[in-house]
Design a protein around this ligand. Structure first.
Ligand code: HEC
Ligand code: HEC
Length: 565
């Protein structure tokens, strides 16, 4: 056995075969006659709409202006959108078994059962307005995204299509209030006027809470009463930490009132019809007092306009003072596999100089995970995806023939560049390479086995020779320029078209990663950015020590990147 120096990181070698798990699949040399996809961008909207320096979210309307009954046209429209935007999670036939469902916790709803969590009726059935609001707002605390950017008609189409997937149709009864103590009402729960939240009312609320809620939600609302719980399908669930400000349904008082009275069907959270009247109001006020407006606002998935200011010179480093010119925008991140410890937000700044664009992405992470050498190692990373058309495709990496261009920065790539490759020997000091003797030839004729080093002939390092950027030990950028057309189709763009340069630094629990590229895209399926135009963008963050890799990550919904003219 000979001990030899291995100068090529395992992360690279393990990707030689191109499609092994955890590696970016590799795309052979660029086809010569590939038609250039027009990297369309939305026609210019006046940037003046964005007040200078501020980053207000675009308006989000959760309530429809009119109620629309199901028509064949509306159902057909709903199905068309569902197949593109919802099926990857909820499944084509609505069984909650889409191709991405295995990545999701909690699980996506099975629409064939007709059983819903967010309901506002005594019968614990959702009204059409309930479904409309859920689809519009999404469900913070899960991977159910907000669809508030869709038009009202499209959202109504989705409501009716989703309802049509249920094995049994339902009708919500006309509203009737309970007739007396111990009775329930019918139809939508009509919310009585709110009594004042006096110190006495608070005391009363604490008593009711201790009796009826603390067993699950814990004495102080931290969700630590009875943690080991299951939903109707036997999947684990847990009582909410009511101090975190995360509400799957709207936290607005009236909606929260109905949720407390109706409970959350399909979960252990019971109906509290006894509280109808003042008690439920006191509980609403108590629970809302345990989280702040800003906590609740942070949990909402909002669409922002990220304005890329036009400047004379782009910054050269993530710490450059020039970044102050780019207004910061904080975006809500949702882990696809929901967990308490999560990156809550990513902050984005953008600048351009008429020729190049620079993005600065900042987020907190308690651990600096920058190797992927041992099988149990996963590294931190960040990515931005650009829609190639004005209407963004499916938010998780596009849809068939609707490509997204993705720029991804990886912490181990950065560490390989500065100061040098992270060698296997550092992790496994006693590493050796076995040579198995060929019994058909004599001892002196045995071929010696050479370890792969930068001095090796690339022809024998197959991934490197074939132009797989993941296997190229000489690459100078810690960022990869990728394309995808739907979940599970991520590919590197050809080596010659890789044009994203990047620099990432980690200090005091915070990542600051700068990504830069020419505004003009190089080669097919590279986004082309034009001053004055708006492009839909989305972001993803991986936390290696939480086991994030590939589809296990935290993501934002689509945002608008606006380049100043
Ligand atoms: C990334 C995956 C994902 C996508 C895409 C997605 N959903 Fe969901 N959806 C979920 C998950 C997860 C839940 C369950 C959340 C929970 O139980 O906490 C859910 C729940 C729902 C519910 C149930 C609400 C309730 O009251 O129980 C509805 C309705 C819904 N989604 C509609 C849609 C529609 C319509 C689309 C497409 C426009 C869509 N979803 C796209 C993941 C997704
Ligand atoms: C048997 C256990 C149990 C009891 C008792 C219980 N809850 Fe819950 N509660 C849960 C669980 C589990 C969830 C999370 C459901 C989910 O995320 O799908 C929840 C969620 C909630 C939520 C979040 C709703 C949202 O929009 O996300 C609120 C608010 C809440 N409970 C309030 C109460 C109040 C008030 C009481 C007492 C009147 C109470 N709960 C009693 C188990 C319980």
């Amino acid at each position: 056995m000979t001990r030899t120096r291995l100068a090529i990181p395992l992360s690279i070698l393990s990707c030689v075969a191109s499609i092994s798990a955890g590696c970016t699949a590799w795309q052979p040399a660029r086809p010569t006659a590939a038609p250039a996809t027009p990297a369309a961008v939305r026609p210019a909207r006046p940037v003046a709409e964005a007040p200078p320096g501020s980053a207000a979210p675009l308006p989000m309307v959760l309530t429809p202006s009119v109620t629309r009954a199901a028509t064949p046209e509306l159902l057909a429209l709903g199905k068309r959108i569902y197949d593109v935007q919802c099926a990857a999670c909820h499944g084509v036939s609505g069984r909650g078994d889409g191709e991405a469902a295995y990545l999701l916790f909690p699980r996506p709803r099975d629409f064939t059962r007709g059983s819903y969590r967010l309901v506002s009726t005594w019968e614990r059935l959702p009204t059409d307005q309930d479904l409309y609001r859920t689809i519009s707002r999404g469900m913070p605390g899960s991977a159910m995204p907000s669809w508030a950017h869709l038009g009202e008609e499209e959202r109504w189409g989705l409501v009716h299509h989703v309802k049509s997937l249920a094995a049994k149709a339902w009708v919500v009864a006309p509203a009737a209030d309970p007739e007396g103590e111990g009775q329930t009402g019918k139809g939508i729960i009509r919310v009585p006027p709110s009594p004042p939240f006096t110190p006495e009312a608070r005391q009363l609320a604490l008593e009711r809470y201790a009796d009826a809620c603390a067993g699950c939600h814990g004495a102080t609302g931290k969700g630590d009463g009875g943690e080991d719980q299951k939903d109707e399908l036997g999947y684990p669930t847990r009582p909410r930490d009511l101090t975190a400000g995360i509400f799957k349904g709207s936290p607005d008082p009236e909606h929260l009132y109905r949720r407390i009275v109706a409970g959350v069907p399909g979960t252990p959270m019971p109906m509290s019809d006894w509280a109808y009247g003042d008690d439920a109001w006191h509980l609403v006020n108590l629970i809302r007092s345990w989280s702040s407006d800003s906590q609740r606002a942070r949990a909402e998935m909002r669409r922002f306009r990220i304005v890329a200011r036009r400047v004379e010179r782009l910054p050269e480093h993530p710490d450059a003072g020039a970044w102050r010119l780019g207004p910061p925008v904080n975006l809500h991140l949702m882990p696809l596999w929901w967990r308490g410890e999560r990156p809550e937000e990513i902050t984005v700044r953008a600048l351009h100089d008429g020729t190049r664009i620079a993005l600065l992405l900042t987020w907190t992470d308690a651990t600096h995970d920058h190797t992927a050498m041992r099988p149990q190692d996963f590294r931190d990373a960040v990515a931005v995806q650009f829609s190639l058309g004005p209407e963004p495709p499916f938010f998780a990496m596009g849809h068939r023939a609707q490509y997204v261009n993705i720029w991804m920065w990886k912490s181990e790539r950065q560490a390989d560049l500065e100061p040098a490759f992270q060698e296997l020997e550092k992790v496994y000091p006693n590493l050796g390479i076995d040579s198995y003797p060929n019994s058909k030839i004599g001892a002196v004729e045995q071929p010696t086995r050479h370890a792969l080093t930068l001095g090796s002939d690339p022809a024998f390092v197959t991934g490197w020779a074939a132009g797989n950027i993941v296997s190229d030990p000489l690459r100078r950028s810690p960022a990869e320029d990728l394309v995808a057309q739907g979940f599970g189709t991520l590919r590197a763009r050809p080596r010659d078209d890789q044009a994203v340069d990047a620099r990432g630094v980690y200090a005091t629990g915070t990542y600051r990663v700068m990504l830069r590229r020419d505004l003009a895209g190089r080669g097919p399926r590279a986004v082309t950015l034009t001053p004055g135009a708006t492009v839909p963008v989305g972001f993803a963050v991986w936390n290696g020590s939480a086991g994030d890799r590939d589809g296990k990550k935290s993501v934002t919904i689509w945002q608008d990147l606006v380049l100043e003219p």
